[in-house]
Structure formats: C-alpha cells, structure tokens
Write a protein that binds this ligand. Structure first.
Ligand code: COA
Length: 397
C-alpha cells in the first residue's frame, strides 16, 4: 500500500500516512472546553502553536488532521477552496478534514485548537494555560478511546461504536499508553468498558489487510511484538483492574478478562472467542487462565470449538464476577465501583500485586508462547482465507 506524507508543524511533521482514504475524520470526538461564550485570545492561540512544536510523541494521523483543519479554520475561516482531485490523496483528506468543520467561527476554531493542543501537552505531562483550563474529571485525548479520571476511578472506554469497538493497531498502542498513564495517576481503580451496544468485537480484522512493504511475514512480526506488549500491559498493571462489560465481547477482549481483577457484565453480554473459525489460536494468556478459571474441558469448548457463552454461563464458570439486569447495569455497577474507590489505595494495589505475583512469570511465558504460535497462524492459508471470507461476506450484503 502506498505511503504518503502529511506536513505538520511539529517534530513528527513528516510522517507516513497510510490508509487516509478510509479516514473517519468527521466522526472524531475530542474532549473540549470550548464554549460559545469563551474564545481563546490571539496570544493563547500563538502559545498553543508553539506548544504544539514541543510535543515529543506523534499523536496519530487523525488528530494531526484535526489540528490542521482547526488551524486553517481559525486563520482562514470556513473551507471554500476547490476540492482536490481523487488521486491527490493527501490534499483530499486534508481538504475533507477542513470542510468537515463546516461554518464554525474562527473564534470557536481557535478555542478548539487551543483545547486540543492543551490536552496533548497534558498527556505528555507538560503544563500550559490550556492544561489548567481543563475541568476536573477530564482526560487525555485519544482518537478512539475516551479516558477520564474522576472519583478515584480512571475509565478507559473503547470509543468506536460503529465498528463495535474493534481494536485497530493504533488503538492497541493507545490502550497500552492509557494503561501506563492509569498506573501512574492518582486513581485507585481502573475500569475498562465500551461505548455503544457492544463491549468489543476483538481485533479489527482489517489489521490483516494492511500489508507492509516487508510482506505478511513482516506484518506477523510487528503484530506479534504489539500483541506481546499489549498483553504485558495487563499482566503488569499494578492497580485493581475492572471490566464493565456493557454488551457482547469477542476475541481478545474476552481472553484478557482472565487478567482482570473483577468482571461485571450486563445480562445482554456474550463471550465469544472464535479463534479456530478464523484459523488462529488463543492469546491474552487465556490458554493458561481459562483452564485455571473454568476447568480444561469448558475452556476447550470456548478456545477450540468457538462456544459462545451467555453472561450467566460465564458467571457460573467464574470468568464473570457478577451479572446485572441490563436496565440497572450502569447505575448498580458504578455505585459499587465508586464505593470501592474510597478504600485505601495502597492496601488495594499491594494486595492485588501479592495475589498476581504468584503467577506473574508464568503469565509472561504463556504470553510469549501464545504470540509465537499466533505469528505462525497469521501467515497461514487458514487464517488468510478466514479473514477474506469475513470481508467477502460483508461485501455481498
Ligand atoms: N474487525 C473489523 N470490522 C469489524 C469487526 C472486526 N472485528 N467487528 C465489527 N466490524 C465492523 C463490521 O464489518 C461492520 O462494518 P461496516 O458497517 O463497515 O459493514 C461494523 O463493524 C458493524 O458490524 P456488523 O457486523 O454489521 O454488526 P453485527 O451486530 O451484525 O455483528 C459482530 C457484530 C461483532 C458479531 C460481527 O461484526 C463479527 O462477527 N465481527 C468479527 C468479530 C471477530 O471475528 N473478531 C476477531 C476475533 S479473533
């Protein structure tokens, strides 16, 4: 796939930009403190521009496009330049991003630009006027995650409801970063949940269709490295980790549940790991945690024979801590979690670490073994054919 470059005023300014044609810029959601009553001053805008150039981490293509669009809107007003041609990919996605801002005023665009840059600076632990302006309970800006800290609870919410919260390569990296941040912040517990009617539909299968220059072997190697790092972030997470399973869960969102400390599920949730159907094999340490939690034969039904469990069945088998009626799920669970977050933080964290320390080395070894096998599976015909069938079936609909 061709790689193109997007120009931005930051250290990461010439970056490879893949698949921008599939960009979902209009659906981007950012935390913003913008208000029609309040607009950033020209000085604040200038300050935000120079803060942008101090960022060390690449915030990702969609955020960079949003920054670009807000800058253009703030300095030139609504987009009224001619639409670039279909083959002028880079200018077309930039134009789309600017156009998507519609008729918002230059003042409003300036404020949103300052807010966005401020939250990126805050995410890197810096300080700026915009950081101070962030309200309590707000969080770091990610493209497809909503991360907030409030009442002693850091919540990591997968926020890609149109794709049932399927996890893209960028999301894996963002989740790792969010977990690292949550481990260090002043929250007591960390919660994982999903936006919309699904908890998560697992690995985004289109990750398999983005073949790098080094071919499928290269794709398998970098996929393996990322997966190892992703699962490691759960194994090493030092505070109580709670899954609030708000709907059906598939694949890796299910397998890592064995590494959570509590799993609360709505009665609507289901738990499905269709690995053999996809020519793949288990990950998330489930080849170790599932037999341990539910016994070898029940784990086999799930991990080899793709059995989908209801929330009640998952609870009977010990994978889920408790199931709640869908109508009262959110209120019951959050009331309980807010009370848990009042407990002494060190006592909770140290007790969790004590319980997990017994098998930590083992879990890392299991993670390594699972990743090795998966890297082989990903280059197999069985896997290739299964992924192609998924997208072909979609195409026929
Ligand atoms: N990877 C890529 N795209 C996914 C996805 C995934 N894991 N899960 C859902 N999507 C996409 C669908 O392709 C669809 O996209 P579209 O609107 O552009 O067509 C959109 O999300 C909504 O999904 P849809 O299939 O229409 O919803 P549904 O309620 O009928 O079914 C699932 C939801 C999750 C059961 C179904 O999408 C599915 O089986 N997904 C694959 C799950 C999977 O195998 N995960 C990997 C496990 S290892």
């Amino acid at each position: 796939m061709a790689a193109v470059a997007l120009k931005c005023t930051a250290p990461w300014r010439f970056v490879k930009l893949r698949s921008l044609v599939r960009s979902t810029v209009p659906s981007l959601k950012f935390h913003t403190t913008a208000s029609p009553m309040m607009a950033a001053t020209v000085e604040q805008f200038e300050q935000a521009k120079s803060n942008l150039s101090t960022l060390k981490n690449d915030p990702g293509n969609e955020v960079k496009l949003k920054i670009y669009a807000l800058f253009k809107q703030a300095t030139q007003g609504p987009c009224n330049t001619p639409k670039p041609g279909m083959l002028d990919f880079v200018n077309k996605v930039k134009w789309d991003a600017w156009k998507a801002l519609g008729s918002i005023s230059q003042d409003e665009a300036r404020q949103q630009y300052c807010d966005l840059v401020g939250s990126l600076v805050a995410a890197e632990g810096g300080s700026s006027a915009q950081v101070a302006a962030q309200p309590a309970g707000s969080g770091v800006a990610y493209e497809t995650l909503l991360v907030t800290t409030e009442d002693g609870i850091t919540t990591i919410k997968l926020n890609r409801p149109a794709k049932k919260n399927a996890i893209t390569t960028e999301m894996y990296n963002d989740i790792i970063a969010a977990l690292e941040q949550a481990a260090k912040d002043d929250s007591v517990i960390t919660i994982f949940t999903g936006a919309g009617d699904f908890y998560c539909s697992g690995n985004d299968l289109s990750n398999f269709t983005k073949i790098p220059e080094g071919g499928v072997e290269q794709m398998a190697r970098s996929g393996g490295d990322l997966l190892r790092k992703y699962v490691k972030a759960y194994i090493d997470f030092p505070k109580p980790l709670v899954a609030v399973v708000n709907g059906p869960a598939v694949g890796i969102s299910v397998t890592v549940l064995g590494l959570f400390d509590l799993v609360y599920a709505t009665e609507r949730a289901t738990f499905h790991t269709p690995f053999s159907q996809l020519g793949q094999s288990a990950e998330g340490c489930s080849s170790f945690t599932f037999p341990k939690i539910m016994g070898a034969t029940k784990a086999t039904e799930m991990l080899l024979f793709n059995k989908k469990l209801t929330a009640a069945q998952a609870s009977e088998l010990g994978l889920v801590t408790e199931v709640f009626p869908d109508s009262s799920f959110q209120s019951e669970v959050w009331t309980r979690l807010k009370a848990y977050a009042q407990l002494p933080p060190n006592s909770l964290a140290l007790s969790k670490q004590l319980i997990r320390s017994v098998e930590k080395e083992r879990l890392h070894a299991v993670n390594d073994a699972e990743v090795e096998l998966l890297m082989e599976r990903w280059v197999s015909d069985e896997c290739f054919n299964a992924v192609m069938s998924f997208f072909q079936a979609k195409a026929k609909l």
